[in-house]
Structures are given as structure tokens and as C-alpha cells.
Design a protein around this ligand. Structure first.
Ligand code: GLA
Length: 744
């Protein structure tokens, strides 16, 4: 049983074969955190793990007891003002002006499986035996505040999902100003914090730093999870590597403003918190009202960062993503954006589509620019009326032509935005986020619709239905191309303004729910100017996401490596684009570009009609290769082998569940003169199996003589990668290796 309650010591032990998480009801009624880490034997009491040391200058909960101070007790959901002196999990103001909160245990329940969280994305079980859920009720009767903490431990995964429901019993109205999803007090600070940081076109770079006393963390105040930070952080022991050592990974299943931080106190206790960012967040609760936080997921690994990532990959791929596409290999697509930008006619698109079809590509994605007043990015968003000059037979006619060719039809939309001058803008000025009397600010020349207003979501839904019904669309790329400013809703009064940014995201989730329910077979890919909303929240609705607007193969090494910290390969949109690359002007070979993009939801984003004969041959072979190996590429166990953040080389691999087959991607950015020998230790193989290792050259075709070696040798001695005249290859070189069972 993963969750046990020991009544006498009032201790909860959440454990499976890989991890234990222990807390108890303390004498004061607070929940005290006792242990989080490797699975340990169950006992009727872990009271000896309760650390309480008399410290001078402390505020004491029980008169005269210098050792019992909430300031020093590791807690599960701390508040501020009644003894704890740190940044709290919860902060609210009562009608009498008080912010004092003191939450004490009332009761608990343990149920099989995992109840859904209404209106919010969350991990789930398909069979109740996959997990157990513990809910613990806390209350502060004087404040009228109740909190229900929910903990789900998965049976087969070292993963714990948590969220909180805050209730109010009155009188008057409670102003909830901080309602975090997750809080964990760890007994030491001997960690490095790993975060995913960046900016547009260089999202999710891996950054690590040792913890120090004080607050360190990441956040977004952009109304989306952002290019700049991701709702993720990991704490790794300083000596933990990609392969070994203890790591705790934390991830928030949310797509809006977030906070994720580690706060180290003077006694080296590390408080990890994740949740909605409290800035500009006020949620008013009247008597009987509830607020539900988003879910946060904690993963424990003893197999380094790869171990952590593999748990996130499995959980998010199979128990967060949903729908018929969840377990299916993804169609190979061509997207016309970098091929044509806004400058296209139907003839041009169909020529591209025909060429794509001839090369074996399966899905044609019509990107931005198919609707009226959209010859550049200054206008057109909001009305979603087909531009019949560009598409004389409409979307339906265009889709039909693609289907007749044997291609699936994909369509780009950006449903959260509006441009000035559109009908929507003129007819519904109040549906734009702005404060009356203050000029709202543009981002990419556009304004943000007020998705906190259900009428707006409803209108957009019906507008999109009238576009999509009958159009034969098989895939949708849902984009979102600016940060949110002027988050003021004309639909609610002063009391509702603090809720606008969160309600906005709830509106996005609502529209995703409506669309995915109406079109269950459409494959959704989320996007936000590339990867500004690559987060677990959207993975619940869209099983893949456009990883970055940066399609340069070298830059993609870092972006995809970093993204893989928390997200599965199947979720990462990865396309082969033109050379020179449109973002960087760098030229890399078609082979290098494909060898990077193979490890993702693969596609092309360039003018295929402009390829040379040789280029077309290579693309056809690449497409055939992906068709043969995409189950392995997208759903295998992914291992990071060499980090692009640590040197000139990057390597990663994916291994089939039975460990019989693997594909290794090996990349070198710059050529080196007179370089040394080089072996690449592989991972995740069956040590006792003999593999045939084939190097794949251009077009992913076998090159050179295959080698046979046992898995243990390939993992311990490594794969020899020198000796193939690398001098002839220059910069930006990649190699792909296919491992298959060998005959003895
Ligand atoms: C964003 C997306 C791109 C493309 C453009 C279209 O930047 O990330 O892939 O769809 O919008 O305007």
C-alpha cells in the first residue's frame, strides 16, 4: 500500500518501492515534515525524526517550551504570522484586516486512484490501482479558513502529485493573496538548484547553481509560463550527475504566472515552494467558497538527472497527456511558415504539399496568414475569416485538395489575440484586456482577449467551430504570440481584478477542453512564439508543443537537451529548416539538421520545392527512416549522454522498452585540429546483450562496417567514435548510431 496512516503517532507514510514521504500531525495540530527521499522501511512511528532544538530568540508555540517553534519546525503547508518567519505557502486577509493563520489538523481520507481536479489539468490514473490519494483537512476556526491538502503517490513511479483546496466559512469575504500548490521543507541545503532559463529562441537552457542562504528561484509574470523560465526546478546533490546521485525534481502543472523557489534559512533548512505567482493575484472567497490550486509534481531520483527526467517523461507522456494521440507516433509534417511566411498563394502551397507528399511526408500545416487582413503580422487576428484570394475554395477546398493528395491537413490559429481594426475589435472593445482610460500596450502589434470572461471564450469557441466544422482539419497549431500586459477585465468589478490572470488561464484551459471534446481526433500542438508555453499544463490538452522558433540545429541541441529535463521527446516539435538558418544565418548540413530533429515530433519547415535532387533524395530517406524508427525515437527511454552546456559535444540516445534496440545521436559543434581519441559511453542498454552497432550516414543510411559489442562494453568502455576522417567533415557534424540485436 503506498499510503499508510499510523494512528497512534498520527504519521503518514507515503511510500512505494522507490521513495518515501513522511509527515505527521504534531502535538500542536500542524503538519510536520519528517522525511522525503529514498524508500525506507515503514514503522509505526518516526517521531525520532522530528527535530526540535531549543533556540534562543525563537517564538514559541507552547508557553514556556523553547524547543517548539514553528520557525524551526519543518512543515507541510506553512502560514505566516503565528510563529513561522519564512515565506509561507498561504497568505490571506480576513475581513477584520488580520492575516494571521494557524492551520491545524482536522481529519484525513485515503482513496484509491486519483480524483480529477475540476477545470485544471492534472495527472491521472486509468486504473485506481495505479495510485492512492491522501487528503488531509486543516482548519483555522477563528479565521474561518480551511485547507485540504491532496497527495497522490503513484505505485510504479517515484512521483508525488500535490495540490491544495482553500475554503472559507465566513464572515464577509476572504482575500486570498498567496495560495501555493506545493511546499516542502528539506533538512539541509546541500544541493544545487537546476533551472531552465532563457529567452525567445533560446528557451530552456540548463542553469545550475549551489543553494545559498536566502531565496533563489524562477518565476513568470508574463501571463504565460514564458520563454524566460519554466515552471520547473530540480535540487540535485552536488555530486549527482546525469547518471548517478540524488535529485528531487519539481514541476508545476500550470501555464500562467508561476513561482518556483528554494528558500534556505539560517539553519540550512531548504523550503521549496511552487505555485501561482502571488504578484497581482487576489482571489476573493465568500462564505462557502473554495479555491483550488494547480497541481505540482515532485519526482525523486537516485539515478541522477536522467533518472528524474525519465520519471517525468513516463508520467507526463502516459498520465498527463490524453486523447487518441497520446500513445501514437506523430505524423511527419511540413509547415509552410519558414517556407513562405505570409507570402503564399494556394498554388504555391499545393506545390509545396505535392513535393512533401512525394517525399513521404504525411501532414501539411498551413501556418499564419490564411485569414483576411493578414499580409503581415500587423492585422487580421480575431475575425478568423478565410482569405479567398489566397484560398479560392476556402479551407474546406484546400483541405480536400490535401486529402486528395493523401496528406493530412493542419491549421494554425492564435485564438487568444485580436488586432486593431478587425470586426471583433470594433464590436467588442470591452473584450480586450485593458483598463478603461488607459491605452493598452501592443505586443507583436496585437492585443490580448479577455479570456477571464467566459463570454469571450464562448464566442471564440463558436467562431472556431464555424471555421473548423467540415473543414477536414487533422491537426491544429494553437499559437500565442505575446506576453500579457494590462490585465484588467471590463467584465468584472474591482473585487475581481486580482483574479484576472488566473481566470485567463482557466479560460484557455476551458477552450482547449471544448475544442478537444468537439474534435477528439485532431492532434493539437501548442505554441507560444515558439516555446513560451512549453509547460505541463498545456501537455494535458496538446500532447506536443512547438519547442522553439529557433530552428538552427546547433541551438536546438541546447534547447532540446534542456527541454528533455522535464518533457518527453514525443512532446517536442522539431523541424528541419533551411540553410542558412533564418534565425542565425548559420549553415549546417541537411544531415545535421535532421539528426537533431529526429529526436522529437519530426517535421520540415522549409521550401522543399527549392531542394536539389540530392537534397530531395536525402529528405525522402530521412522520412523513411523516421517512419521506421519513430516509435523508438518518440517513445523510447531517453538518455542524455553529453551536455551542450559543458562542451563542444552533445550526445543523447533512446532505448526501446525491451532494450533490444537503440538510437544514439552524437553531435560536435566545432571542428578541432588534431583532436584526441574519443569514446562515448552509452546508457540504458542490456549489459548481457550483444548489439550490432551501425553508423548511419547522410539520409540515415548505414555507413561503414557495423561493429558488434556487448551492452556492458558499450556502457563501460564506450563506443569508439574516432577514426572516420572527421577532418573532412568540418564544423557542425553529427553521427547517428543504430543498435540492434546481433547474432553471436
Ligand atoms: C509564432 C510561431 C511560429 C509561427 C509564427 C506565425 O512565432 O512560433 O512558428 O507560427 O508565430 O506568425
Amino acid at each position: 500500500m503506498p499510503i499508510e496512516f499510523h494512528a497512534q503517532s498520527r504519521t503518514f507514510h507515503l511510500h512505494n518501492r522507490q521513495m518515501s514521504y513522511i509527515f505527521k500531525v504534531l502535538p500542536s495540530g500542524h503538519l510536520g515534515q519528517l522525511y522525503c527521499g529514498r524508500a525506507i522501511h515503514d514503522r509505526s512511528s518516526f517521531d525520532h525524526l522530528f527535530e526540535a532544538v531549543p533556540r534562543s530568540m525563537s517564538v514559541c508555540y507552547f508557553d514556556g517550551d523553547q524547543s517548539y517553534s514553528l520557525e524551526h519546525i519543518k512543515q507541510e503547508y506553512p502560514t505566516y504570522g503565528t510563529g513561522d518567519m519564512h515565506l509561507p505557502a498561504l497568505d490571506a486577509q480576513m475581513p477584520d484586516g488580520s492575516r494571521l493563520l494557524d492551520l491545524r489538523y482536522q481529519g484525513h481520507a485515503i482513496v484509491p486512484g486519483k480524483p480529477a481536479i475540476p477545470g485544471l489539468p492534472a495527472t491521472y490514473t486509468e486504473d485506481p490501482a495505479e495510485a492512492q490519494t491522501l487528503t488531509v483537512d486543516l482548519a483555522d476556526p477563528l479565521a474561518g479558513v480551511t485547507v485540504t491538502l491532496s497527495y497522490t503517490l503513484f505505485e510504479q513511479l517515484p512521483a508525488l502529485a500535490r495540490h491544495a483546496v482553500i475554503g472559507y466559512t465566513g464572515p464577509g469575504v476572504l482575500r486570498l493573496e498567496r495560495a501555493l500548490s506545493f511546499c516542502l521543507d528539506l533538512p539541509d541545503m546541500d544541493y544545487e538548484m537546476v533551472e531552465l532559463a532563457g529567452a525567445w529562441a533560446r528557451e530552456r537552457h540548463v542553469v545550475a547553481r549551489p543553494l545559498a542562504q536566502g531565496v533563489q528561484g524562477v518565476y513568470s509574470l508574463r501571463g504565460c509560463s514564458s520563454h524566460h523560465f519554466n515552471p520547473f526546478l530540480a535540487l540535485k546533490r552536488p555530486h549527482a550527475t546525469e547518471f548517478e546521485g540524488q535529485v528531487l525534481g519539481f514541476s508545476l502543472v500550470y501555464s500562467g504566472n508561476f513561482l518556483a523557489q528554494a528558500d534556505v534559512d539560517p539553519y540550512h533548512v531548504t523550503r521549496v515552494t511552487l505555485g501561482i505567482h502571488p504578484q497581482n493575484f487576489t482571489w476573493q472567497l465568500a462564505a462557502g467558497g473554495h479555491f483550488t490550486t494547480p497541481e505540482a509534481v515532485m519526482v525523486y531520483s537516485e539515478a541522477g538527472l536522467n533518472g528524474m527526467s525519465q520519471t517525468f517523461h513516463r508520467l507526463y507522456r502516459t498520465r498527463l497527456a490524453r486523447g487518441p494521440w497520446r500513445d501514437k507516433v506523430r505524423p511527419i509534417l511540413v509547415n509552410n511558415w519558414e517556407a513562405t511566411y505570409f507570402d503564399f498563394t494556394e498554388d504555391k502551397l499545393l506545390a509545396l504539399a505535392r513535393q512533401a507528399r512525394d517525399l513521404g511526408i504525411e501532414l501539411f500545416v498551413l501556418d499564419d496568414g490564411w485569414f483576411t487582413n493578414r499580409s503581415d503580422d500587423h492585422g487580421g487576428l480575431g475575425d478568423w475569416e478565410i482569405n479567398y484570394h489566397k484560398l479560392p475554395d476556402g479551407l474546406q477546398g484546400f483541405g480536400q485538395k490535401l486529402h486528395d493528395m493523401g496528406l493530412q491537413f493542419g491549421l494554425w490559429i492564435e485564438p487568444e489575440m485580436v488586432n486593431a481594426g478587425t470586426r471583433l475589435w470594433n464590436e467588442h472593445p470591452d473584450w480586450v484586456l485593458h483598463q478603461p482610460g488607459r491605452r493598452p500596450q501592443q505586443g507583436r502589434y496585437q492585443y490580448v482577449l479577455d479570456y477571464s470572461n467566459p463570454d469571450v471564450v464562448d464566442w471564440v469557441f463558436h467562431r472556431l467551430v464555424s471555421v473548423l466544422d467540415g473543414a477536414g482539419v487533422d491537426y491544429i497549431k494553437w499559437d500565442m504570440n505575446r506576453s500579457i500586459s494590462d490585465a484588467y477585465s471590463c467584465a468584472v468589478g474591482p473585487a475581481g481584478q486580482g483574479a484576472v490572470l488566473h481566470r485567463y488561464i482557466l479560460g484557455v484551459y476551458q477552450l482547449y477542453s471544448l475544442l478537444t471534446e468537439r474534435y477528439p481526433n485532431i492532434l493539437f500542438e501548442s505554441c507560444a512564439g515558439g516555446g513560451a508555453r512549453f509547460d505541463p499544463g498545456l501537455l494535458y490538452y496538446a500532447p506536443q508543443c512547438w519547442t522553439s522558433d529557433d530552428t538552427d540545429a546547433v541551438e536546438r541541441l541546447k534547447i532540446q537537451y534542456g527541454t528533455s529535463m522535464a518533457y518527453p521527446v514525443s512532446s517536442m516539435g522539431a523541424h528541419v529548416a533551411a540553410a542558412p538558418n533564418h534565425q542565425l544565418g548559420r549553415s549546417t548540413s541537411l544531415t545535421m539538421r535532421a539528426n537533431v530533429a529526429f529526436f522529437g515530433a519530426f517535421g520540415y519547415e522549409l521550401d522543399l520545392t527549392a531542394l536539389s535532387q540530392r537534397g530531395r533524395e536525402l529528405v525522402a530517406r530521412q522520412v523513411a527512416f523516421v517512419k521506421q524508427y519513430r516509435q523508438l525515437l518518440q517513445f523510447g527511454t531517453f538518455w542524455r549522454l553529453r551536455s551542450p552546456f559543458e562542451g563542444n559535444e552533445t550526445a543523447w540516445m533512446t532505448v526501446s522498452p525491451d532494450r533490444s534496440t537503440a538510437l544514439v545521436g552524437d553531435y560536435r559543434v566545432l571542428q578541432q585540429a588534431n583532436a584526441g581519441y574519443r569514446r562515448l559511453p552509452l546508457a540504458g542498454l542490456d549489459p548481457d546483450r550483444l548489439y550490432q552497432v551501425t553508423r548511419l550516414g547522410s539520409g540515415a543510411q548505414p555507413a561503414g562496417t557495423p561493429l558488434t559489442a556487448y551492452g556492458d562494453e558499450l556502457m563501460a568502455a564506450g563506443l569508439v567514435t574516432t577514426g572516420e576522417d572527421p577532418a573532412a567533415e568540418g564544423d557542425f557534424v553529427s553521427r547517428l548510431y543504430l543498435l540492434q540485436p546481433a547474432e553471436l
